[in-house]
Design a protein around this ligand. Structure first.
Ligand SMILES: NC(=O)c1ccc[n+]([C@@H]2O[C@H](COP(=O)([O-])OP(=O)(O)OC[C@H]3O[C@@H](n4cnc5c(N)ncnc54)[C@H](OP(=O)(O)O)[C@@H]3O)[C@@H](O)[C@H]2O)c1
Length: 339
């Protein structure tokens, strides 16, 4: 049986994947290697290890290639969860995107190069569910969203290595979390945790339908792809997301949030100038982050996130897991925040 290493295994997506590997596949814990940039004996791992003492937690940080080279020895498959260090992607003063090789892809290349050096056979990369091509109804290779740039650059890097026969590659474009609606409704870079600012109408830079997807479901789908031994996912780019028929626009999400809160909430699409004025001057947001994030709405408007890929639905059905819709997730989050 293959040995599987997972980066970001203490985080939301990595941990959901780790849990699903232990629950929904027949991989013994001894064949699973959670990687952490902290120390394997830190309290984060104590409870997990008490339940699964044979898990091999190893130290690996994107800041030091040698830690990955050491940690990936004897590993057959690497599930590379993208780095959380989003601020690497843009210039703080004005939101300009960094040159290729200087954004988050820099972290990913550390893990990828180390994996190739260590002889890892297959890399599964957790990308993001933008860049759906509405013309071909297939994964596209361009996006208006700055948040997708590092993913596309990483995908391209992996594709080159795969073409050179250095490693097998599978790209999982993970759906936008159900749980992440506050980020899209209230903007990035202004410290807003979803509480809103008492407004009945929030300005957004663009609107369109998004295939929101639960983190737990993404973990199950990712685990089943990584654990598959039949080669069915080799060389493929697939979306793990809910279906287009279940997509919801930001206006629809706002309506649900308002209803659950018992107060009205809507969105108003505004131009770049007004969007930046509101989030930077009125809300005190970080100039670079707000400007960089604006392209996200343009991508949503252009239907980049209205994906139609049945992969996740089929994977979940194969293990009898039901999806939670974004409405149910919003209701739970709002109730929790009210407590
Ligand atoms: N699909 C979506 O809607 C969505 C939403 C948000 C983010 N994302 C993307 O998906 C990725 C995973 O998201 P998440 O929600 O699981 O993030 P998260 O909960 O913040 O977890 C990030 C993980 O990264 C690890 N980490 C931090 N610094 C590191 C370093 N220097 N080297 C190696 N590992 C490091 C942390 O683990 P240790 O402390 O144990 O090392 C942590 O487990 C994010 O990084 C982001 O790119 C996707």
């Amino acid at each position: 049986m293959s040995t599987i290493a997972i980066t970001g295994a203490s985080g939301k997506l990595g941990n959901a994947t780790l849990t699903a590997l232990l629950t929904h596949t027949n991989h013994p814990p001894s064949s699973i290697i959670p990687l952490t940039s902290s120390h394997p004996s830190s309290p984060t791992w104590t409870s997990l290890l008490s339940q699964n003492p044979s898990l091999q937690v190893r130290h690996a940080t994107f800041n030091d290639p040698s830690t990955f080279e050491y940690a990936l020895r004897g590993v057959d498959k690497l599930f590379l969860v993208s780095t959380p260090h989003v601020a690497l992607d843009f210039e703080h003063e004005d939101g300009r995107e960094k040159e290729d090789g200087e954004g988050r892809e820099k972290h990913h290349r550390v893990a990828i190069d180390a994996a190739v050096k260590a002889g890892v056979g297959h890399i599964y990369y957790s990308s993001l569910a933008f860049a759906w091509n509405t013309q071909t109804q297939a994964p596209g290779s361009t996006s208006k969203a700055g948040v997708m740039r590092a993913h596309l650059r990483t995908e391209a890097y992996l594709s080159r290595l795969s073409a050179e026969g250095k490693v097998k590659v599978t790209v999982l474009r993970e759906g936008l979390y159900n749980e992440s609606w506050p980020l899209y409704l209230f903007g990035y870079g202004n410290g807003n945790d979803g509480g809103g600012d008492g407004r009945e109408v929030v300005p957004v830079r663009g609107d369109g339908r998004v295939c929101w997807t639960g983190i737990k479901e993404l973990g199950v789908g990712s685990a089943l792809v990584v654990a598959a031994e039949d080669g069915g996912f080799d060389g493929r780019t697939v979306y793990l997301s809910s279906r287009a028929r279940d997509a919801r626009s930001l206006a629809e999400v706002a309506e649900v949030v308002g209803r659950v809160r018992g107060e009205g909430l809507g969105v108003r699409v505004v131009g770049r100038e007004e969007y930046e004025r509101y989030y930077i001057e009125e809300r005190g947001g970080d100039r670079g982050a707000v400007r960089w994030w604006a392209g996200t709405y343009e991508a949503i408007r252009d239907e980049e996130c209205e994906v139609d890929d049945p992969t996740l639905e089929r994977l979940l059905a194969s293990v009898g897991v039901k999806s939670k819709g974004v409405e149910e997730c919003i209701a739970e989050m709002v109730k929790k925040a009210d407590k």
